[in-house]
Design a protein around this ligand. Structure first.
Ligand SMILES: Nc1ncnc2c1ncn2[C@@H]1O[C@H](COP(=O)(O)OP(=O)(O)OP(=O)(O)O)[C@@H](O)[C@H]1O
Ligand SMILES: [Mg+2]
Length: 238
């Protein structure tokens, strides 16, 4: 269980998040919706402990996420940052296996490569892709590689920031389906940030709509069509 309590964050005196509280129940998949610039990525970074809130706190299984507990938390967490963010100078398999090649539980290169090939297969990337560099891949393939890296080591928590932005609709739907399968297979607790309603329906159990620094609407995905919220309706209409 990840719990956010009364999170607030400003930049240069401009409030971005004001009093956000949220429970991520074990094994559930949350979609975070909101207009561009509403602070979705900021919220993800605070949830991951990569950015300190001005007020409020993040609890992981009841214990505050602090500088001391952060490393252990990240070892249990898979992340896909907005824009995939692969290391250009590393091959795809080295990117995917980054955790195994560098972490405290470092493995041999051959073991790490084996694990990377398995993760690549799970995201439908052919073994030949392993030795290419990120620049050699299409945008959709880079997202898949990013997902493979996120699921390395079967993490308990997953955070995906716009996993299907900039993709054609067919590839976007494939990525959505893949995320749902990965979350189900891993039994992971997931937070996915997206603008995309088809993605929300495919991925989420619960939905949160952020607006003007606050939680504007929150509820089960089955309720989004009957929710009486003007902004949510506008997202649905797109
Ligand atoms: N490190 C930072 N320093 C200053 N301002 C920041 C920083 N990070 C984010 N912001 C500001 O916070 C606001 C929210 O940014 P954020 O990236 O979270 O938006 P978003 O909802 O993810 O948007 P998008 O849908 O376009 O990705 C923006 O106004 C942004 O400029
Ligand atoms: Mg963002």
């Amino acid at each position: 269980m990840i719990r956010l309590e009364h999170i607030a964050k400003s930049f240069g005196g401009t409030p971005v998040l004001e009093d956000i509280s949220l429970d991520l129940a074990p094994g559930t998949s949350l979609a975070v919706l909101g207009r561009s610039g509403t602070g979705k990525s900021v919220l993800a970074q605070i949830t991951l402990g990569l950015l300190a809130p001005d007020a409020g706190r993040v609890l992981v299984e009841g214990a505050p996420l602090t500088r001391r507990t952060h490393r252990a938390f990240m070892a249990r967490t898979g992340v896909l940052f907005q824009g995939a963010a692969l290391f250009d100078s590393l091959t795809i398999w080295e990117n995917v296996a980054f955790r195994l090649l560098n972490g405290p539980n470092r493995r041999s290169r051959s073991t790490a490569r084996e694990a990377a090939l398995e993760a690549l297969a799970r995201v439908d990337l052919a073994p030949r892709v392993a030795d290419l560099h990120p620049a050699d891949l299409s945008g959709g393939m880079q997202k898949r590689a990013g997902l493979a890296r996120a699921i390395m080591g079967a993490p308990e928590f997953l955070v995906f920031d716009e996993p299907n932005s900039g993709l054609d609709p067919v590839t976007a739907r494939e990525i959505d389906a893949l995320i749902r399968t990965l979350v189900s297979d891993l039994g992971a607790t997931a937070m996915t940030i997206t603008h995309d309603m088809a993605g929300v329906r495919a991925i989420a159990d619960t939905v949160m709509l952020l607006d003007e620094g606050r939680v504007r609407w929150q509820g089960p995905v089955a309720k989004i069509d009957t929710a009486e919220d003007g902004l949510l309706s506008r997202f649905l209409a797109r």
